[in-house]
Design a protein around this ligand. Sequence first.
Ligand code: GLU
Length: 432
Amino acid sequence: MCGIIGYVGEKQALPILIEGLRRMEYRGYDSAGIALFGPNGLQYEKYAGKIARLEEHLVGKNYTGTWGIAHTRWATHGEPNDNNAHPHLDCTGEIALVHNGIIENYATLHEWLQRRGHKITTDTDTEILVHLIEDSYDGDLVEATRVALSQVEGTYGIAVVSRNNPGLIVVARHGSPLVIGRGNGENFVASDVAALLRHTNQVIYLDDLEMAAITQDKTDISKIDRTVVNRDSEEIEWSLEQIERGGHAHFMQKEIHEQPTTIVNAMRGRLNLDEATARLNGIKRHLDELGQIDRIIITACGTSWHAALIGEYMIEDLARIPVEVEYASEFRYRSPIIDPGTAVFVISQSGETADTLAAMREAKRKGATVLGICNVVGSTIARETDGGVYIHAGPEIGVASTKAFTSQITVLSLIALLLGRMRSMSFLYLGR
Ligand code: GLU
């Protein structure tokens, strides 16, 4: 996992970028770096190791500037060392780029760029991106980024800045989340909404193959193929307090203690006591279809997959519908049978789990109605599924899932109850 944060506005960018990196530290990383533009031109630093090491190197260097980008790296190509850390620069040192993801065809592009005289100085797959942009750059950073990305295969969330385009951050995403934060006279970008919460709760999630030109007043979104995208910002309901440890030794401990509240939150307003059933607005539109199905597939990864196994028992017990639980990374690579009587549920805390996203898209491609169970409002799974149920657990920062797991099970029990009632199960056999 890795992190991107970018800022453009009136304030000094450095403290905002460093704080943003710290907010994403929980995701794990091996290096950290920053690129800042200001009166002193482009200033950048990048180091293997902790953010504290980056900060040590910033002491006494007059880093002023109101516009910049920063990154925490989790190396996939090239060992974690200072040179391979992001940002990466083009040959002229005027364009800087940070990247989350993997460029699959980097070796071919590397060779091509070298033939064209580019000097590639790191072992990463990422560096070729900034040279590709340089290769077609004629003053229009958005256009050059578009051209570069149209040659690339793989996954990316990127943020790019150029000395010649003051106050502009170009961002793009394919398979690696990016969210724009909208402020007053300032704008932000991050790979994780937690990095933005201190500054704004107005966010716009980018979809795959979308890019944006972010200035202090504007966030112009388009598809990489140039189609204009109009998307309003949405409000994040999470508070800053929710992403702080609040006196606990670590986030996992805090989240374990939150469970009495989060389980209630997962059920709040969802029990119809008069009819002894569940009321789930997010799947209401699909109740007719769900009344017809004779099979359910639940697909997920990791802890969510374990929640799915419990969901299987509950749904089969209460609704008598056969359920298969599939590991999302397997599901996407085999040829699952999905007929009109099959409903597919996908479960992911973040709503961004790459394998689960791919499984969801595969199920949709095969014509299934796909319903999501996730935590992060507005996440890719929440947006791309046909409907779904939020677990409302609040931000889960601890890497080992705790409260999200129990909330997923709570929601699955509500789904089992609803499906059972729809099928007029009397539940008299319960406990037999
Ligand atoms: N593939 C890139 C690298 O190894 C980016 C890794 C990341 O997502 O942090 O540098």
